[in-house]
Design a binder for this molecule. Structure first.
Ligand SMILES: *[C@@H]1O[C@H](CO)[C@@H](O)[C@H](O)[C@H]1NC(C)=O
Ligand SMILES: *[C@@H]1O[C@H](CO)[C@@H](O)[C@H](O)[C@H]1NC(C)=O
Ligand SMILES: *[C@@H]1O[C@H](CO)[C@@H](O)[C@H](O)[C@H]1NC(C)=O
Ligand SMILES: *[C@@H]1O[C@H](CO)[C@@H](O)[C@H](O)[C@H]1NC(C)=O
Ligand SMILES: *[C@@H]1O[C@H](CO)[C@@H](O)[C@H](O)[C@H]1NC(C)=O
Length: 427
């Protein structure tokens, strides 16, 4: 036991390095639905009324969210992305919704969404124009913040197109202050680091002070290759970004594309598992009116959602790459651990992975209780460090486990960057 003791990584609770934006929101990663990846900038309501960006789309999504268990599972925000406004501001310089596609206006839509017990998100841009060419908020931050507050909007996704990169930080900070000044708590979703990385390493201490979550990297597409680049980027930059995450502020790897066209079921499970490990906002972009039952079951899986929403609020790390598997680990409340093991190989069949290769498996000294959540629920029972538990993981799929240490005098894992680096050298 003494030699094991020396290897034991002492784990304490790491607090995020900085204060979070003080608006009382996003104490857990945001959950909801966002139109972009699935419905993009479809404004053609004449020929495609069912899928165009119109008030109908959000009202129908809200109806389904209430009827089909989404709200009960925790999905709360119904979010508009780009292409909602009119190309012209009104006579008072305010943004206005496209009158043909949003005949009731945004305030009415917000009332409808609120009547369902849900919240409404809207979209704007820190620069001269939105990415799709609609009016941007540059020069209008206070006007637009007040307009959104007057409409009773609950979340703002603020994009970064058509803005000088050197002014990105200032623009995002100014909008944050403008939102605060309205007196309405509006969840503030930023893309500040994504646009600032082009010129320098963003200041994540500042970002956490001004934003509730922030996009770091490219837009997600409905494909495995897109998902892989997001995971690669996150793993490569985790020492910079993971310490910034915690209650009130989160890294945002972009939307869940589960339930669409591009991912196999194993790949959908990988996205769900890893978004839980990354403490990512769970913003689905799919058609909830028409979704396959397996995807729905995965998106509503209470155990995965509980990992994502874990009260400790500590984002997980990529802790090992070996035998062409990626291992990710997230410390959970009560000294528990979530482990995701992804089979990177895109060839052959299921491959075997010995769980003792996971760095955090040390919490199983002397014993632990293991529950497999994906690919299907299975109680693996009491395990020990010495006992050889071997998992089988499908190509591009992920096995997701929770591990509960069974010992009263267990030393806590000390989970920080130094610890993770040490783990790597141990391998
Ligand atoms: C505005 O900021 C202050 C100071 O950080 C905070 O106490 C207050 O709750 C904020 N108000 C809103 C509406 O976010
Ligand atoms: C941010 O606000 C400051 C103070 O009002 C102002 O000087 C600056 O020009 C603003 N920057 C942007 C990008 O709006
Ligand atoms: C980053 O932002 C924080 C908080 O706004 C500030 O105190 C710190 O000086 C900044 N760091 C750098 C390197 O600019
Ligand atoms: C292990 O976990 C399972 C599932 O949560 C639970 O039913 C069982 O009682 C646990 N066993 C022990 C020994 O804690
Ligand atoms: C990080 O963890 C190591 C032990 O692995 C510990 O020595 C160090 O003090 C920790 N650093 C911080 C900032 O908590």
């Amino acid at each position: 036991m003494a030699s094991f003791g020396a290897l034991l990584v002492v784990v304490g609770l790491m607090c995020p390095t900085a204060e979070a934006l003080d608006n009382g929101l996003a104490l857990k990663p945001t959950m909801g639905w966002l139109h972009w990846e699935r419905f993009t900038c479809n404004t053609d309501c004449d020929t495609d009324p069912r899928n165009c960006i119109s008030e109908q789309l959000y009202m129908q999504m809200a109806d389904v969210m209430v009827k089909e268990g989404w709200k009960e599972a925790g999905y709360e925000y119904v979010c508009i992305d780009d292409c909602w406004p009119s190309h012209k501001r009104d006579a008072k310089g305010r943004l206005q919704a496209d009158p043909n596609r949003f005949p009731g206006g945004i305030k009415k839509l917000a009332d409808y969404i609120h009547s369902k017990g849900l919240k409404l998100g809207i979209y704007a841009d820190v620069g001269k124009n939105t990415c799709a060419g609609y009016p941007g908020s540059l020069g209008y931050y206070e006007t637009d913040a007040q307009t959104f507050a007057d409409w009773d909007v609950d979340l703002l996704k603020f994009d970064g197109c058509f803005m000088e990169r050197t002014l990105i930080a200032e623009g995002y900070m100014n909008m944050s202050k403008a939102l605060n000044k309205t007196g309405r708590s509006i969840l503030y979703s930023c893309e500040w680091p994504l646009y600032e990385w082009a010129i320098k390493q963003p200041n994540y201490t500042a970002i956490r002070e001004y934003c509730n979550h922030w996009r770091n990297f490219n837009d997600i597409f409905d494909s495995w290759s897109s998902l892989k680049t997001i995971l690669e980027w996150t793993a490569s930059n985790q020492k910079i970004i993971v310490p910034a995450a915690g209650p009130g502020g989160w890294n945002d790897p972009d939307m869940l594309v589960i339930g669409n066209f591009g991912l196999s079921h194993d790949q959908q499970q990988s996205q769900m598992a890893l978004w839980a490990i990354m403490a990512a906002p769970l913003l689905m972009s799919n058609d909830l009116r028409d979704i396959c039952p397996r995807s729905k079951e995965l998106l509503q899986n209470r155990m995965i959602i509980a990992i994502n929403q874990d009260p400790l609020g500590q984002q997980g790390y990529h802790t090992a790459r070996l035998m062409d598997f990626d291992v990710w680990e997230r410390p959970l409340f009560g000294n528990r651990l979530a482990i995701a093991i992804m089979n990177r190989q895109e060839l052959g069949g299921p491959r075997r992975f010995p769980i003792s290769a996971v760095p955090g498996w040390k919490i199983c000294v002397p014993q632990c209780n293991v529950t497999q959540i994906l690919p299907q629920y299975k109680e693996l029972g009491v395990q020990s460090h010495q006992k050889e538990l071997v998992l089988s993981v499908n190509p591009t799929g992920t096995t997701l486990l929770t591990v509960t240490p069974l010992s009263s005098n267990l030393r806590k894992l000390h989970w920080n960057n130094t610890a993770v680096q040490k783990e790597h050298t141990l391998l």
